[in-house]
Design a protein around this ligand. Sequence first.
Ligand SMILES: [Zn+2]
Length: 141
Amino acid sequence: MRIERRVFEAVKAHCEDEYPREGCGVLGGDPETGVVTSSSPVENAARHEGFDVYYMDPVEQLETFEALERAGLSREGFYHSHPDHGAYFSRMDRESALVEGEPLHPGETYLVLSVVDGKCRGASAFGWGGNGFVEEGFEVL
Ligand SMILES: [Zn+2]
């Protein structure tokens, strides 16, 4: 994943603001280059707090997809934070990204941010590798 710096800063700020809850949202980009040029926070509709508990409000998520389409942007993926945990793809993340063993959003990237004591300490990107989720390159432009 390649992401514009101002977009990455906005994603970090959102996840830090949400701490100690998880922040989550949708990433849009340039359809030709795949560079992430926009981020849209989505309400975390999870009822419980805690590590890796998030559930994007489905109506808001759909509205975000539609807004990206109207703006001529491609869907590049999703982001969420791990409060007080590292930036890895958890078992919960794998389960929620799969339906009957198949990826729900093939070709899209999941950006995971580690937020410790309210500060972003790192980020990693994960995508479907054909036989499971694998870490992808991650570059802030
Ligand atoms: Zn997670």
